[in-house]
Design a protein around this ligand. Structure first.
Ligand code: ADP
Ligand code: MG
Length: 252
């Protein structure tokens, strides 16, 4: 009897330790396995990605660095389901993306992925609010909810007082914040940003990076391409690309 009582706290301790261990095992959001991407044919063929492996876990804030032409944008386009690998596997939230047809890919792009580009890519003919509402139209969100959520997202990026402005009435930094609001509006499991501060001055870069910090603390998983050290330093991990491969992943 005594023996049994002594073991109970021990069992409890084992349970707590196991629970913590499980919590620290992060869920994989995106996994590229032996991914290659070739452009062109024959002697003109370019190997943009060459047997690349990369894993992104839930809650990660990963910076991707590497020389121009090392395959960063190609990898981002594949992660964002904008392009398909020539060889290899891409698993997004446990789904084998390479096996999906184009309609399912478009659906995943809309529901699970957010994209931010260097050049913002906002629709010029419509307001900030309407730009942010757009992905919800594709996702068939009812119109009242669309407006409420878009307003809330613009508030969240500090543009509550600029909602009805057209893109050309906003500064570069403000336009990028609209693009970020649009990218997170469907609560994507992965936010991809390809040189998001490449067209911004240093003060505006700082604002946008502060916003990424906030999103990271709110639990959004981020992959950000940059060639600037001070930008990469804000991420939690850095993956270095060379000749279409990941040559190093380090913690910040
Ligand atoms: N659509 C394309 N057609 C042909 N070659 C391409 C295409 N996109 C990228 N490449 C080539 O693939 C390589 C990797 O490009 P990219 O992924 O854009 O690199 P990074 O973003 O690191 O600068 C480069 O040599 C580039 O010229
Ligand atoms: Mg690029």
């Amino acid at each position: 009897m005594e023996h049994h009582c002594c073991r109970k706290p021990l069992l409890w301790l084992v349970k707590v330790l196991l629970a913590n261990q499980i919590k620290s095992l992060k869920k994989s959001v995106a996994r590229l396995t032996n991914v290659s991407k070739f452009y062109g044919k024959g002697s003109l063929q370019v190997k943009a990605l060459d047997d690349l492996n990369l894993e992104v876990n839930q809650g990660d804030y990963l910076a991707v660095m590497g020389a121009s032409g090392s395959g960063k944008s190609t990898a981002m386009n594949i992660l964002g389901c904008l392009d398909r690998p020539t060889h290899g596997a891409y698993e997004l939230n446990g789904n084998a993306v390479e096996k999906l047809d184009d309609d399912s890919l478009a659906d995943i792009r809309n529901k699970e992925l957010g994209f931010v580009f260097q050049q913002f890519h906002l629709l010029q003919e419509v307001s900030a609010l309407e730009n942010v509402m757009l992905p919800m139209i594709y996702a068939c969100v009812p119109s009242v909810e669309r407006i409420n959520r878009a307003e809330e997202a613009l508030d969240r990026v500090g543009l509550g007082n600029r909602m009805n402005n057209m893109p050309n009435q906003l500064s570069g930094g403000q336009q990028q914040r609209v693009a970020i609001a649009r990218a997170i509006i469907n609560q994507p499991s992965l936010l991809l940003a390809d040189e998001p501060t490449g067209a911004l001055d240093s003060k505006t870069t700082e604002d946008v990076l502060n916003l990424f910090d906030q999103l990271h603390h709110q639990g959004i998983t981020i992959v950000l391409v940059t060639h600037e050290d001070n930008v990469a330093q804000r991420a939690k991990k850095i993956a270095r690309f060379k000749d279409g491969k990941v040559i190093e992943v380090s913690k910040n």
